[in-house]
Design a protein around this ligand. Structure first.
Ligand code: F6R
Length: 246
């Protein structure tokens, strides 16, 4: 159950390779259920998918999607919400039908019910065909920070101090940076039929090395992916720079 490793030269090549995986999935099944991530890393991949759509070679008309996470307290109109991000980078740029995109509601009054319903909705979709992930510098996947268990499910979590610090560049004032988020759990993600993790840049090298070669455990949530039957890491040279023999 080794992770497939695809090392490419530059971040732009990661986007090209990742978009190819997504396109292949949609060609295989036009109503594929895609798991999607936000953050800086997949932006170029979404741009590549939009380019394919505009070129007439890719349709999202039947695609369904679920997202990894959402900040607690932000509604979908907030520019830093992940719903806003997804509309900006993908949904509003392609022929995706709005009701086919499932995201956690950051403003849910009953957060626990929202998380339970999310798991049920993913199950009702028949599960995720391909879940695209990024990785945090601390090894997190989605907002499963170090300490998250392999059995974790969709829930509300406290963000790690380093994640809050990373995110603060995106908010006007530090007090606005959310301290909590709703996130799919590690068990939720591991149920996807295929997983694609993207990483670019030297600041991800230690986390990538720990995920692929460190001990498997909650100290590095991405290391749990080694137990998945079909997981591919698509990473650039810099993100691969701490791997033995690279
Ligand atoms: C985003 C998410 C996060 C990011 C990770 C890397 O939906 O779940 O786990 O994938 O924090 O973020 P970037 O790509 O901004 O370095």
């Amino acid at each position: 159950m080794a992770i497939h490793l695809q090392i490419v030269e530059h971040p732009a090549d990661v986007a090209l390779a990742a978009a190819q995986h997504v396109c292949a999935q949609i060609r295989e099944r036009s109503d594929a259920v895609l798991g999607l991530a936000t953050g800086s890393t997949p932006e170029a991949t979404y741009a590549e998918l939009v380019r394919n759509h505009r070129a007439g070679t890719l349709s999202f008309a039947r695609v369904r999607s679920v997202n990894l996470d959402e900040y607690r307290g932000l509604d979908g109109l907030h520019e830093q919400s992940y719903r806003y991000y997804m509309r900006q980078h993908l949904f509003d740029q392609v022929d995706m039908l709005p009701w086919n995109a499932l995201l956690l509601d950051g403003t849910a009054v009953d957060g626990a019910a929202e998380c339970r319903a999310y798991e049920e909705r993913i199950r009702a979709l028949g599960g995720v065909d391909l879940w695209m992930l990024g990785i945090g510098g601390n090894g997190h996947i989605a907002f499963n920070e170090p300490g998250s268990s392999r059995e974790s499910r969709t829930r509300c979590v406290a963000l790690a101090p380093e994640t809050i610090a990373d995110n603060s560049r995106l908010f006007a004032v530090p007090a606005e940076v959310p301290r909590q988020a709703y996130t799919a759990g590690i068990a939720t993600i591991m149920e996807a039929r295929r997983i694609l993790l993207l990483a670019t840049g030297a600041h991800k090298a230690a986390a990538v090395a720990a995920a692929l070669h460190g001990e498997v455990g909650a100290h590095c949530p991405a290391s749990f992916l080694r137990g998945h039957a079909d997981c591919t890491f698509v990473i650039d040279r810099q993100a691969a720079s701490q791997l033995p023999g690279v």
